[in-house]
Write a protein that binds this ligand. Structure first.
Ligand SMILES: CC(C)(COP(=O)(O)OP(=O)(O)OC[C@H]1O[C@@H](n2cnc3c(N)ncnc32)[C@H](O)[C@@H]1OP(=O)(O)O)[C@@H](O)C(=O)NCCC(=O)NCCS
Length: 401
């Protein structure tokens, strides 16, 4: 059995080797940071590695600590023996102990992560539309300007205000990641730029984009990762700015909610030209009572609190099992062991798998989906209660890690 631990100084070369072989690339040793890593060893040899990136992730208007898992890699000769599973279990235990309530990742292999309690919890929709569909600049609205490093705090604040209105967006805990990853598109495109729209509230919108390789003149795409606008002026300014590329570029592409978001609503499209590509990410609640208590919840029109009793089947953390008595009122939840409360909707119902519970928590799975998958009784009080607390927009994020 391999030893599993955090790497020590001087082990970067071994980690770079494992990552390079796993992803068929050359990872320079100098670029391997040890922060957030967990590795498996046979003797002194690194045979597997995985990395955690600290994020805040928004659900129901609340930002919650999330362990983003990236670069899970096992040396080819050591695969198929449970090394990745053991490594991930150790890594998740460390992250749960650090107070990370959630975890998210882009899976290359959903079987591995499902066995660890993950489920598909959101989308990364890439949309595109012809530049001809972009609206002209509204009168009195300024053009965007190129971002400077001193704009970063205002851009981060603009992002946070925007993210609170969606389920799923992430913000890195390390501000340095903004320049290196969030607003950069490593290895992609010809020109990479970020423009901002200043306004009374600081930065009211921004777009980070790159231009793609063109097959011929007039053929390239403007690819935005973040296209964020808090005000009609910022939206109008950014869309008109991209419209100015019409003579040389073909289309605008951006990551947005499945509806296309405000950009798509503002376009004078005939409705048939909006394309979409729905990549999925996985997630799981690491700390079920903690995550339930920190999420924000929709306020039902009748204003009545919702009570439910939840039992959870978790293959990694038995401490999540419950049963938990959950009371949701005024957009917040109180979670206590059910033994301390009278019975409620859900008492005695079968335990929900933590992955599917996480998918409902994120908004990716509806309660009807859980019923159709056999995880929830159709007529039980739990189904009604979960419908009330987890109704909300489909989760998505523009970032890849
Ligand atoms: C994906 C990878 C990390 C798996 O490592 P591993 O040590 O072989 O995985 P494990 O032996 O711990 O497998 C655990 C479970 O994952 C699933 N699994 C692993 N590899 C799988 C595969 N290729 N196809 C389907 N399921 C797989 C199985 O459910 C397995 O359980 P089992 O042993 O009962 O069948 C490894 O193949 C690798 O490094 N691949 C290249 C890099 C990569 O794709 N990384 C993933 C990035 S998210």
């Amino acid at each position: 059995m391999a030893e599993i631990r955090s790497p020590r100084a001087g082990e970067s070369a071994g980690i770079a080797r494992v990552e390079s072989l796993a992803f068929n690339t050359e990872v320079p040793e100098a670029e391997v940071g040890l922060l957030g890593k967990m590795c498996a060893y046979e003797g002194d040899e690194v045979v597997a590695t995985a990395t955690v990136i600290d994020f805040d992730q928004w659900f129901g208007g609340s930002a919650m600590p999330c362990a983003g898992v990236a670069s899970v890699a096992v040396l080819p000769e050591h695969r198929g023996r449970g090394v990745a599973g053991s490594l991930m279990r150790a890594l998740l235990a460390r992250e749960r102990a650090r107070g990370r309530l959630l975890s998210a990742l882009y899976p290359a292999n959903s079987g591995l992560y499902r066995s660890l309690g993950y489920e598909y919890c959101g989308l990364r929709p890439r949309l595109w539309a012809p530049l001809a569909d972009l609206p002209p600049k509204p009168a009195g609205v300024e053009w965007p300007r190129e971002m400077t490093p001193s704009d970063l705090p205002a851009v981060v604040a603009c992002h946070a205000e925007w993210a609170a209105g969606h389920n799923g967006p992430l913000r890195p805990a390390d501000p340095a990641r903004w320049a290196q990853h969030v607003l950069a598109h490593r290895g992609e495109g010809v020109h990479q730029r970020t423009v901002v729209v200043p306004g009374e509230r600081g930065v009211e919108g921004y777009a980070s984009y790159f231009t793609t390789e063109a097959q011929g003149f007039g053929d390239y795409t403007l690819q935005c990762k973040h296209l964020v606008a808090l005000t009609p002026a910022a939206l109008g300014s950014l869309l008109a700015y991209f419209g100015r590329f019409t003579t040389a570029a073909r289309q605008l592409s951006w990551f947005g909610p499945p509806s296309g978001g405000p950009a798509a609503f503002a376009m004078s499209t005939n409705g048939m030209s909006l394309g979409a590509d729905l990549r999925r990410w996985m997630g799981r609640m690491l700390d079920v009572p903690g995550a339930l208590a920190q999420r924000g919840y929709p306020r039902p029109p009748d204003g009545r609190p919702t009570e439910l009793v939840l039992e959870v089947a978790d293959p990694v953390f038995p401490e999540n099992a419950g049963p938990w008595h959950v009371t949701v009122a005024e957009g917040r939840a109180q979670v206590v062991p059910a033994a301390q409360q009278p019975a409620g909707p859900g008492t005695g119902e079968p335990a929900l798998p933590v992955g599917l519970l996480s998918a409902a928590f994120s908004g990716m799975a509806t309660v009807q989906d859980l019923v159709a998958l056999g995880a929830l009784a159709p007529s039980g009080g739990l189904a009604d209660a979960l419908s009330r607390v987890f109704s909300g927009p489909l989760p998505w994020m523009p970032d890849f890690f």
